[in-house]
Ligand binder design. Structure first.
Ligand code: IMP
Length: 190
């Protein structure tokens, strides 16, 4: 089984490869731009993206995802604007916005859309944690240096395998794996 991972981010492809290795699913990195609708819901962004890829670009058997970091005391910001905020003010800008705020709780969310054998599967994973006072670590990407799931180490300080066990994407991937196993079992039936 082969799935195209449609993203501009090679970090995500590496995470998916690691997660799907045991199911024998081959991941192929495809860079194909598609419209991301403006919505406050990750799931709606993913559903519309899948429709465009299928109907306008003729794609099948693919994965897309949309993730965001939702910070409680910032009213859920950067949320669905996480990619834009990361490119503009970056982690330094988020730390400045959080200056003097003691409740630093935040949630990472990841919504994955998978088109497989003509079926659309959409799952969402979440990971709660805190925004650290300072960025730390060299692993990972994006907001990893300033987010900690255990309040001690940042996501950029833990190995990828450990991150995958607890991260928003890891949880969403776990849910997706269950659905893929069901599809593989129905394919195997005579
Ligand atoms: P996307 O929608 O998955 O591209 O993610 C939106 C933004 O959140 C991007 O700027 C990513 O860098 C960031 N992001 C998504 N997942 C993660 C993660 O696991 N760690 C850190 N940043 C992430």
């Amino acid at each position: 089984m082969r799935l195209s991972v449609i993203t501009s981010n090679p970090g995500k492809v590496r995470e998916y490869e690691r997660c799907f290795e045991e199911l024998g699913v081959e991941m192929v990195h495809v860079k194909m731009p598609y419209d991301e609708v403006q919505s406050s819901e990750l799931e709606e962004v993913v559903r519309k993206g899948m429709d465009e890829l299928k109907k306008k670009k003729g794609m099948s058997d693919f994965i897309i995802d949309d993730s965001g970091l939702f910070i409680g005391q910032l009213g859920g910001f950067p949320g669905v604007w996480s990619a834009y905020v990361q490119k503009t003010i970056g982690n330094g800008g988020i730390l400045k916005l959080m200056d003097g705020i003691s409740d630093r709780s935040a949630v990472f969310k990841c919504c994955i859309g998978c088109n497989l054998m003509g079926k659309d599967i959409i799952v969402t994973g979440t990971c709660g944690g805190v925004i650290l006072e300072k960025g730390r670590g060299t692993e990972g990407f994006g907001y990893d240096p300033i987010f900690s799931h255990d309040g001690v180490r940042s996501f950029a300080e833990i190995p990828l395998d450990e991150k995958n066990l607890v991260s928003h994407r890891g949880i969403a991937v776990g849910l997706l794996k269950e659905e893929i196993v069901k599809c593989q079992a129905s394919e195997d039936k005579p």
